[in-house]
Design a protein. Structure first.
Length: 187
C-alpha cells in the first residue's frame, strides 16, 4: 500500500508515531459522537493498540487505512479506510476528520481519491458507507463523491445511550467508471 495524493492532501499508511495526534483529534467529543467506534473519553495510550490492530488487519487484507495529512503542514488531520470483504469484492468506507478541519472539503477530497484506489487498484465491485442521519456533514460527502442513497435503517445502532438511524450509500464500479468517463468528456 503506497501513498495517495490530492491537491491539498497526502494519504499515507498509519504509523505508531501517529498515536498522539490520533488521541488528540479523536478525543474531541464532537468527533467521537459522529462515529460508531471512537471511544469517549479517548483512553490515554490506547491509540497505539488501535494502530497495531489496524496494521495487523491490513496484513490480513481485512482493511486499508490511510492517515489523512495536510501536504503543507504535514499534520495528520483524520483517518479514512475501507473495510474489505474479499468474497464479495466490496469495501465499506469510513472516515473522520478533526473538528478544526471540518467544512474545508478535506473529507470529500480524501474520499474521492480512496474511491479511485478502491475501484482501480483493489478492483472492488462496490464501495458503500453508512452515516448517522443526524450527521449531514458525513452523508453530504457521500453524495458529493457520487455514492447513491440506498436506504435508511431505523434505530439501527446505539451510541452514548441513544439509538440512531443509519443512512446507507453505495457505488458500483460500473457507475464509478461511467461517471469518470462523463467527467473526462465534460472537461
Amino acid at each position: 500500500m503506497g501513498k495517495l495524493e490530492t491537491e491539498r492532501l497526502l494519504l499515507r499508511p498509519l504509523s505508531t508515531d501517529d498515536s498522539g495526534r490520533i488521541e488528540e483529534l479523536a478525543g474531541d467529543y464532537d468527533v467521537a459522537k459522529s462515529t460508531l467506534n471512537i471511544p469517549h473519553p479517548y483512553p490515554k495510550g490506547s491509540a497505539i493498540q488501535f494502530i497495531e490492530s489496524i496494521l495487523s488487519s491490513e496484513r490480513n487484507n481485512k482493511i486499508v487505512m490511510f492517515a489523512i495529512t495536510e501536504k503543507e503542514s504535514q499534520l495528520l488531520i483524520g483517518l479514512i479506510n475501507l473495510n474489505l470483504s474479499a468474497p464479495h469484492k466490496r469495501g465499506e468506507l469510513a472516515y473522520w476528520v478533526g473538528k478544526e478541519y471540518w467544512g474545508k472539503g478535506y473529507g470529500t477530497e480524501a474520499t474521492k481519491v480512496l474511491l479511485e484506489y478502491g475501484f482501480n487498484h483493489l478492483n472492488l465491485n462496490k464501495i458503500f458507507a453508512a452515516s448517522f442521519t443526524s450527521n449531514p456533514g458525513s452523508w453530504r460527502i457521500m453524495e458529493k463523491v457520487g455514492l447513491k442513497y440506498e436506504g435508511t435503517l431505523k434505530q439501527h445502532v446505539a451510541r452514548f445511550g441513544l439509538f440512531y438511524d443509519l443512512a446507507y450509500y453505495g457505488l458500483l464500479k460500473e457507475e464509478f467508471e461511467t461517471e469518470s468517463q462523463n467527467a473526462n468528456i465534460d472537461k
